[in-house]
Design a protein around this ligand. Structure first.
Ligand SMILES: NC(=O)c1ccc[n+]([C@@H]2O[C@H](COP(=O)([O-])OP(=O)(O)OC[C@H]3O[C@@H](n4cnc5c(N)ncnc54)[C@H](OP(=O)(O)O)[C@@H]3O)[C@@H](O)[C@H]2O)c1
Length: 224
């Protein structure tokens, strides 16, 4: 469902957007809401005729920029479906969370500490320019930060500086101020923002909302 939130917002901003899926016919054939109550794709698509649904590789071939909003535990397989040849030289914005829900909530991670999904993707697709961002907030907040009043921060990590600038442009179009986006450096910075997920989901449970965010404050104690 998360891909739909991003797709609708980008299309509303005038971008030409396609959603990639493993099997378009199966995706369109679903008539029942999923386990989380998300409406079937076909019903959503009827109200979003400006977004096309394509098979993963077709979507990859079409796209100038790719956003990985696939199930994080299966993102390597999903992006393999997009095709390394379709990613070469392109910015790949990775918003996915490598969640392991096998032990319930709060989730564990399928990769952590010495590696991250962002790094796995960069290694698996070396010709893509992977940028990890947006993954620390709920999808509705990603595309509209004012949903949570006041100042709050987002993080960005990636090895390619130009690719990060492209991603920052998209974040700005969503309403994020450039100075609210903290650059964690290379894609290795994805480790920290992905590992925050354990705390995020615990807070979401405690507070009863997914509208949880981070405001980073720096104490004036430098040099003391
Ligand atoms: N929802 C949020 O607010 C939020 C916030 C931050 C980050 N995220 C992250 O954003 C991503 C998307 O969120 P979501 O809630 O839409 O996730 P999701 O429902 O778990 O998965 C999204 C899509 O991943 C694809 N997928 C699942 N298993 C696959 C497999 N074995 N191989 C290839 N593709 C597979 C499926 O696409 P098809 O069936 O169409 O092929 C599925 O519709 C996740 O990684 C999530 O953790 C979400």
């Amino acid at each position: 469902m998360h891909d739909r939130v991003l797709a609708a917002r980008l299309a509303g901003l005038g971008q030409e957007v396609v959603i990639g899926t493993r099997d378009p016919r199966a995706t369109l054939a679903r008539t029942e809401p999923d386990a989380l109550g998300t409406v079937p794709y076909a019903r959503w698509a009827a109200e979003h005729t400006n977004v096309r649904l394509l098979q993963l590789a077709e979507a990859g071939a079409f796209a100038e920029l790719v956003i990985n909003a696939s199930n994080g535990a299966n993102s390597l397989a999903a992006i393999e479906g997009v095709g390394a040849e379709n990613l070469a030289g392109k910015v790949l914005i990775d918003v996915a969370l490598p969640l392991d829900l096998s032990q319930g909530m709060p989730p564990m991670l399928t990769v952590a500490n010495t590696d991250s999904l962002g790094e796995q993707l960069q290694r698996a697709f070396p010709e893509a320019k992977v940028v990890k961002t947006l993954n620390t907030v709920f999808c509705e907040v990603m595309v509209d930060p004012s949903r949570i009043p006041g100042e709050h921060n987002l993080f960005i990590a990636g090895d390619d500086g130009q690719a990060k600038q492209v991603a920052l442009g998209i974040l700005e179009s969503f309403g994020w101020h450039r100075d609210a986006v903290i650059d964690l450096g290379g894609i290795i910075g994805a480790r920290g923002s992905e590992m925050y997920m354990r705390l995020y989901f615990q807070l979401a449970q405690l507070l009863g909302t997914f509208d949880v965010t981070i405001q980073v404050k720096r104490g004036d104690t430098a040099g003391r």
